[in-house]
Write a protein that binds this ligand. Sequence first.
Ligand code: C2E
Ligand code: MG
Ligand code: MG
Ligand code: MG
Length: 285
Amino acid sequence: NADAAMYRAKEFGRDNFQFYAPEFNLSAHEKFVLQEELRNALARSEFALLYQPQVDLRSGRVFAVEALIRWNHPALGVVAPASFIPMAEETGLIVPIGDWALHEACRQNMAWQDAGLPPMTVCVNVSARQFRERNLVGRVVNALRDSGLEARYLELEVTESLIMQDIELAVATMNELQSLGVQISIDDFGTGYSSLSALKTFPVARLKIDKSFINDVADNENDQAVASAVISLGQKLNMRVIAEGVETDDQVAFLLKNNCDEMQGYHFSKPVSARDIEKLLNQKD
Ligand code: C2E
Ligand code: MG
Ligand code: MG
Ligand code: MG
């Protein structure tokens, strides 16, 4: 049909499907079709979560996994979040989709614990629109109650730019979440612009150094300066610091030398299914 043909025409590569990149001009009709499909995707159970381990750099222990959403589109196959989260944000669909992700991540983490895996934290990404919703805290409470997961095993990842949109509101919401026992981390740190004086007032457990600083950290002196500064800044503010997008031995060596706490990236594991997390953790002990 015509819509399937449109998708094929716009496909750039199997694992790299970008029909909603900003540089891509969708016609009003194309946009409409995608929005309708996105609107129906929840009811059709087309979303899934993959999980990527987060590892303690020194012990190698997996202490957390990050939940990363995928859209299993009937015609397109697996669609990465970069291709639909912006549209979900624009339309407000991110609110029910994000709520689904929160519930599913909590349910899965409880299921792992019930299966006898050592308890770990599940980290869920929260976007600006979700964070601005009045009842985010209520949604979190519901997800914990429905799953039976203890709050300390849930962490929400927010970005600097989200916090900076309205610092007072963000800090108030983060404080409420923290008083429930839920942890907060700042994602993609270094790419937004935090006011450093505000940073110390954030009830944040961890900073995630953005992978753009990690890519060339083995060779690039500027990236080394930024990465090591973020590591000491975070630690001086009593936060733990995790490096994102760690792929090579040289990057690991740099992070160890600079006393980084934790890492996440293809070096240890790509994002994988819940079942594969279970296999991976059973192998490692
Ligand atoms: P993020 O939260 O910064 O997630 C990290 C991204 O880096 C993920 O991309 C992950 O697959 C990728 N990654 C991890 N390790 C490596 C590595 O070693 N090398 C490389 N090249 N990439 C690595 P992904 O899964 O495509 O997610 C992209 C973004 O979409 C996320 O960035 C997050 O901002 C957003 N997102 C994902 N799931 C959700 C969700 O459930 N809700 C919301 N609101 N946003 C989500
Ligand atoms: Mg994240
Ligand atoms: Mg990130
Ligand atoms: Mg990122």
